[in-house]
Write a protein that binds this ligand. Structure first.
Ligand SMILES: Nc1nc2c(ncn2[C@@H]2O[C@H](COP(=O)(O)OP(=O)(O)O)[C@@H](O)[C@H]2O)c(=O)[nH]1
Ligand SMILES: [Mg+2]
Length: 219
């Protein structure tokens, strides 16, 4: 076996383990509206961040192949907590659904509470191995996303940028937003030089992302 074949075999093995793990027991553990409510840090964690309505709940549901592990909603900006999900039995790692940001009409106080909760979590959580920053394919990276990325850069938490709702735009537009997002990613010290393309609706990129998340959780 040469080096390429070895890498391909490893990826296939990771992908298969990820498929099994994500289709097995995944259960909601708890919501933490403040840091004092965080669960005991007993396993590695991978978090999901993004603007409200970016498709975060839908992506979590697609990853675990279930309709409603995470609540999808058409009312943006409702949740202001960190939501923890246990993956595997026995427990293997945790997924953390972070509160959405960038919703219109949020009072400054709410934004400040969000910022403090997220910043303190990112800075203090040793078990947090990686964050996925979701970006709507139709909109690309916005100012509020840059703020999130800056917080991650400053906390030195590595992150993957994930384009969502890829089914909603034309292939040529997708290509352009992908390229532009890659350029942005390269400017950020903690960002992976890879941009994932996904559609929770069509299942695009989900298998690859499952493997990536498991790989991150095993860091
Ligand atoms: N077409 C399409 N719609 C999506 C996709 N993912 C999410 N949505 C829709 O976008 C809206 C917001 O999704 P949700 O998962 O609740 O976003 P969240 O606020 O980030 O958790 C909902 O109406 C979803 O049905 C996708 O991959 N394709
Ligand atoms: Mg949601």
């Amino acid at each position: 076996m040469n080096e390429d074949q070895f890498e391909a075999a490893q990826l296939a093995e990771l992908t298969e383990r990820a498929r099994k793990l994500f289709s097995g027991p995944v259960t909601f553990l708890k919501s933490a509206p403040e840091l004092k409510f965080l669960p005991d840090p007993i396993v590695n964690e991978v978090a999901f961040a993004g603007r409200s309505n970016v498709g975060k709940s839908s992506l979590l549901n697609a990853l675990v192949g279930r309709k409603a592990i995470a609540r999808t909603s058409v009312t943006p900006g409702r949740t202001q907590e960190l939501n923890f999900f246990d993956v595997g039995e026995p427990l293997k790692f945790r997924l953390v659904d972070m509160p959405g940001y960038g919703f219109a009409k949020a009072p400054p106080k709410v934004v400040e509470t969000w910022r403090r909760l997220v910043r303190d979590f990112l800075r203090g959580r040793v078990e947090l191995k990686r964050t996925l920053v979701l970006i709507d394919s139709r909109h690309g990276v916005k100012t509020v996303d840059l703020e999130m990325m800056k917080m991650l850069d400053e906390a030195a938490v590595g992150y993957r940028i994930v384009l969502t709702k890829a089914d909603k735009i034309k292939a040529s537009e997708l290509e352009a937003v992908h390229a532009a997002t890659l350029v942005e990613a390269r400017k950020h010290p903690a960002a992976f030089p890879v941009v994932h393309i996904t559609s929770s609706e069509k299942g695009l990129g989900i298998e690859e992302l499952r493997a990536a998340v498991l790989g991150d959780a095993e860091l």
